[in-house]
Design a protein around this ligand. Structure first.
Ligand code: SIN
Length: 286
């Protein structure tokens, strides 16, 4: 039987540790509502001691919405919606860059649920940054300039062909994915559909350019924004223990998985919940 939530903020802008829930069991409606509210406020939530099977993780994620099936990452045998991120010397990590998950599709994930299955003796922390805090930390002049601009996001920036040529089957899968996911545009500043908060929505993993600006201006601005969003003030860092779970709002955050643990092995399971089409609303005009 689940109890009510206990929420401990981990910083002023982003991150909270939650206790009093068993995520492998069905959540009561009131608990689920509290969880959603905590997610809106803290943007990434952490839970200790939550053993969960791939099927249970899928059920939990499905409570939040439809699930994304990743075009290239392998999945758990019993649940194709659960990505297996199994990294070691022969499969080195590829998520040690600041990224928001799957922004190369029209409706990028609303949230993701990550479960720690096997960890290195030390290292392998994950960091999250708040796009809301990063946007609020810009001058009003720059906020205005960015609001309404669009950015291009490209699948091949984080999944380049040369990383997917281990076998003919892997390369064919990559080619199909690359064809199905041509570059597309999202707003640089995104309005959260539920909270109405504004967030920076460019990420180094997938954002390639600001097509409405000349190339050099686009490069200079993106270089600045990629650095700005990762200021320690806007971050939270999680030191994993086995059976920890993190749930994050992928609409307004980005994250970085530290790749400091090789030759040790690290296995994580991720469920990814589809979201809505990002939009920007001019809140000053209302
Ligand atoms: C991810 O990039 O979605 C996974 C992060 C991690 O493995 O810590």
């Amino acid at each position: 039987m689940n109890n009510s939530l206990h929420i401990t903020p981990l910083g002023p802008y982003i991150g909270a540790e939650i206790s009093g829930l068993t995520l492998a069991e069905p959540l009561e409606d009131a608990q689920f509502a509290q969880l959603q509210q905590a997610l809106l406020t803290h943007q990434v939530l952490f839970f200790r001691d939550q053993p969960i099977t791939p099927r249970q993780q899928r059920t939990l994620a499905h409570r939040f919405g439809d699930l994304h099936i990743h075009p290239v990452y392998p999945h758990a045998p019993e649940a194709e919606e659960i990505i297996v991120l199994d990294t070691h010397n022969d499969n080195p990590p590829d998520n040690d860059n600041w990224h928001t998950d799957v922004t190369f599709i029209e409706t990028p994930p609303a949230l993701a649920i990550l479960a720690a299955k096997q960890l290195p003796p030390v290292g392998g922390d994950t960091l999250w940054a708040s796009g809301i805090a990063a946007f609020a930390g810009l001058s009003t002049r720059l906020q205005r300039l960015l609001s309404g601009l669009e950015a291009e996001h490209d699948f091949t920036k984080s999944f380049p062909a040369h990383r997917h040529q281990g076998s003919a089957a892997e390369y064919a899968r990559w080619q199909e994915a690359a064809t199905r996911h041509p570059p597309l545009r999202h707003p640089v500043v995104r309005t959260h559909p539920l909270s109405g908060r504004q967030a920076l929505f460019v990420n180094e993993g997938f954002t390639t350019r600001l097509p409405d600006l000349p190339t050099r201006e686009s490069e200079a601005l993106l270089t600045f924004l990629f650095a700005h969003i990762t200021k320690p003030e806007y971050q939270v860092r999680w030191r994993w223990r086995e059976n920890d779970i993190a749930i994050w709002d992928n609409r307004v955050t980005q994250h970085y998985a530290n790749a400091d643990y090789l030759p040790a092995r690290r296995i994580m399971h991720r469920a990814t919940v589809l979201g809505d089409k990002p939009f920007w609303r001019d809140l000053d005009a209302q």
